[in-house]
Each structure stands twice: as structure tokens, then as C-alpha cells.
Design a protein around this ligand. Structure first.
Ligand SMILES: Nc1ncnc2c1ncn2[C@@H]1O[C@H](COP(=O)(O)OP(=O)(O)O)[C@@H](O)[C@H]1O
Ligand SMILES: [Mg+2]
Length: 390
């Protein structure tokens, strides 16, 4: 592994010194420059000095009492030095600070107090990812599914969308984050490992370990199975971010079923998603619930990304699609026809709807996959990153 050059940006003198000792202690990186204040504009001499140091990594310390200037500095440095990676250092107690830092362009969020091991792991991940990007191209896209209320069809849509993406483009993973995972049942799989095993082992995760936690479906779709124990121990936000970072590095498309789960993890996954598909029915209670879920997810800046999927769609006289959009507070993305017998038989037999390829409902999911990947040729060229706002 080549030695990485690091610039440290920290307003707190002690923290700056500590970080320098830790960086140099990793023995894979060296501090080449330190800054005692945050740059505020592109023309700021601080930016020029950082550029002159041409670092591989910029460590930006986010003070707990005033995170905004640090977040702006991350955005600015990321913009002005697009080839250098920004690692944010801060407290893990405020998920919003983590999300803002990632959105501003930070590639890692490292907990304070930081250890040499934390930094070493992050440096190793960076080098490994750079190697992979050079070999395998850009990062994958995440699509997540939430339902307006239980039974709306989130799992059905997630499973069939994942199969449709896999059959069109290959290299797709389905991640089951529902409170009780049903995706394995839909696919007639008996997983040996679940998402809990993956989050427990993040500290030593690499491509082959991640693969060993996945369960392969006949056609090649990879499932990271959900929990079969309600209320199992919840991973921290940082672990989730890291898991999805890993997944997006290894798979071209990652479909996440969160079903009825409404917590920090769902919000975080929504933040990391290209599109959040909110599955509802065309009735008052369902659309009312959809609006509440939309509001909950929208609080962390996802409003535009949450799109409505009307499952078991039926035309209601006097109630248009724009009425449904207004009631749910989200733009309509797709309609899925109402085919109760086919849908329930598919689950009972573990043979998903997508496997009956010439049916209307299979074509519907294939169409949804196409709609979601419409812009992908451009995305590929732009070397899209999971944490950038688009
Ligand atoms: N397009 C559809 N038409 C008819 N019934 C459906 C359709 N999609 C799902 N269902 C039925 O709705 C039930 C709930 O679906 P599921 O995907 O488990 O919802 P959720 O994950 O939102 O709780 C299933 O038993 C399934 O048979
Ligand atoms: Mg479900």
C-alpha cells in the first residue's frame, strides 16, 4: 500500500495535534500540512495551501458545538480538490451531522475520540476502493422500498424489482432491513447469515466476507437476508453507512426492503438512496399513512427522492392520480396492477412474479427497473458517488 499524504483541518489545537500523532502512527500515512481554521471560499489562501500539499486525504474535524463551518469546509475542499478524499471526524451521537458530512462529500465519518486503528482501517478502505474503481468502474445505486403501512406490497415490489434489475444488468443485491425479513421466503431461500452478521463484522469486512454473508438466488441475484428475530440489536448509524458503502462498491444495483421499519436506519438508507419508493394503495387510509411516512423521511432532506408507487392499482371514479399525489405528498413513479391470486401464490410457492416472464405484472416490474435506470449511461461517465447529492 503506497503511503498516503494527509492534510489535517481542525480548529481545536489539541485535536489537531492528536490527529497528527494518530495519522503518523498508522505508518501508512503521513501528515503533510495542518490548518487551524476552516476555509470559507474557493479563493481562500487556506484552499491554495491545501492544494499545494496535494493530499490523498483531508481530515476535517467537526466541532460538536458548531458543525456548520466544518460542513461548509468539507463541501468546499471536496469541490476544489475532487481527487482527494475527505474524512470527517466527529461525534456519532447526531446522525444528521454524519449525513450532512457525507452529503457534503466526506467519504468516511470517523468517530471522535479517534484511534490509530480507526484511521488505519479508513485508509485501507480508501486504497482498496480506489483500486476497485480503477478496475471496475463507478459505484452502485441504491433503491429503497418503504410501505405506507404493512401489507402494501413493499417486499413484493423490492423482490421483483431486484430480480428485474438483475436480469437486465446483472450484479444486483437485495438487502432485507424489514423488522422481520420476508424476502428469503419470497425467493424460497434458506439463508445461513443475515444482515446482523454483516454489521457485526464490518471491522473486518472485505469483498469475500461480504459475499459469504449473501445468499444466492437461482438466477444470480444476491440476497443479504433480513432478521428472523424481531427487535434484534440495532446497528449504529455509522455501521449502516459503512455497510452500504461496501454494498455500493460491490454491486451495481442495491435494492433495500425496509417495509414498515421507520427508524434512524430507514432514514439513513433513504438518504443514501437514489430513489425511495413509497408503496401504497389507492385508498384513504393508505394515502394518509403514505403522507406521514413521506413527512418522516422528508425531514432529513429526502422530499424530492421519495416517489409514490401505487400497488394493486385500480381506477377510482372521481379520484385522479394527481389527487393521490397530493394526498401522499409525493410524485407518482409507477403503478402495479392488482393481481391478488398471482401475487399471493408467488409468495406461497416462493416463485416470484418476475419468473412468469410474459405476464403483465412481470412486464410492469421490468418497466420499473428501466425507468429507474434511465440516466445510467450518464451516471457511469460521471463516476457517481453514493454520498453526493444528485
Ligand atoms: N400487485 C399486487 N396485487 C395483489 N396483491 C398483491 C400485490 N402485491 C402484493 N400483494 C399482496 O399483498 C400482500 C402484502 O404484500 P407484501 O409485499 O408482503 O407487503 P409489505 O411488505 O408492504 O408488508 C401479499 O400477501 C401479497 O399477496
Ligand atoms: Mg414486507
Amino acid at each position: 500500500m503506497p503511503e498516503l499524504s494527509v492534510v489535517i483541518v481542525a480548529t481545536d489545537n489539541e485535536q489537531r495535534t492528536v490527529l497528527q500523532v494518530l495519522v503518523d502512527g498508522t505508518s501508512v500515512a503521513r501528515t503533510v500540512h495542518t490548518c487551524a481554521s476552516f476555509p470559507v471560499a474557493a479563493a481562500d489562501p487556506i484552499v491554495r495551501r491545501v492544494q499545494a500539499a496535494s493530499p490523498d486525504v483531508m481530515l476535517v474535524d467537526i466541532p460538536a458545538d458548531n458543525p456548520t463551518p466544518a460542513q461548509r469546509a468539507i463541501e468546499l475542499l471536496h469541490q476544489e480538490l475532487p481527487d482527494s478524499a475527505v474524512f470527517a471526524i466527529g461525534s456519532l451521537t447526531h446522525p444528521q451531522v454524519i449525513v450532512n458530512a457525507m452529503r457534503a462529500g466526506a467519504r468516511e465519518f470517523i468517530e471522535r475520540p479517534t484511534t490509530t486503528t480507526d484511521l488505519l482501517e479508513a485508509f485501507v478502505r480508501l486504497t482498496a476502493a480506489q483500486r476497485r474503481v480503477r478496475q471496475e468502474g463507478p459505484r452502485g445505486k441504491v433503491f429503497s422500498l418503504v410501505n405506507a403501512k404493512g401489507g402494501s406490497g413493499a417486499t413484493t415490489v423490492a423482490v421483483n424489482l431486484a430480480l428485474a434489475l438483475h436480469s437486465a444488468y446483472g450484479n444486483t443485491a437485495l438487502v432485507d432491513l424489514a423488522p422481520l425479513g420476508h424476502a428469503a421466503l419470497h425467493l424460497n431461500l434458506k439463508p445461513l447469515f443475515t444482515v446482523a452478521d454483516a454489521t457485526r463484522n464490518l471491522h473486518r469486512m472485505d469483498a469475500s466476507l461480504l459475499e459469504s454473508f449473501m445468499t444466492r438466488h437461482g438466477g444470480g441475484l444476491q440476497l443479504l437476508a433480513g432478521t428472523n428475530v424481531p427487535a434484534a440489536q440495532e446497528p449504529t448509524s455509522a455501521e449502516f453507512v459503512r455497510l452500504f458503502d461496501m454494498l455500493a462498491t460491490h454491486y451495481r444495483y442495491v435494492v433495500v426492503d425496509t417495509s414498515t421499519r421507520l427508524d434512524a436506519a430507514t432514514r439513513l438508507v433513504a438518504n443514501l438512496s437514489e430513489c425511495v419508493l413509497l408503496v401504497a394503495h389507492t385508498d384513504v387510509a393508505s394515502l394518509w399513512s403514505a403522507a406521514r411516512v413521506q413527512q418522516y423521511l422528508g425531514e432529513t432532506g429526502n422530499r424530492e427522492r421519495v416517489r409514490l408507487v401505487l400497488n394493486r392499482f385500480r381506477k377510482v371514479t372521481g379520484f385522479s392520480e394527481s389527487d393521490a399525489e397530493a394526498a401522499a405528498g409525493a410524485k407518482l413513479l409507477w403503478r402495479v396492477p392488482n393481481q391478488y391470486f398471482a401475487a399471493s401464490a408467488a409468495i406461497d410457492r416462493g416463485i416470484p412474479l418476475m419468473e412468469h416472464s410474459h405476464t403483465e405484472i412481470a412486464r410492469c416490474f421490468a418497466g420499473l427497473a428501466q425507468e429507474l435506470t434511465r440516466d445510467d449511461a450518464d451516471v457511469k461517465r460521471a463516476a457517481w458517488s453514493l454520498f453526493k447529492t444528485v
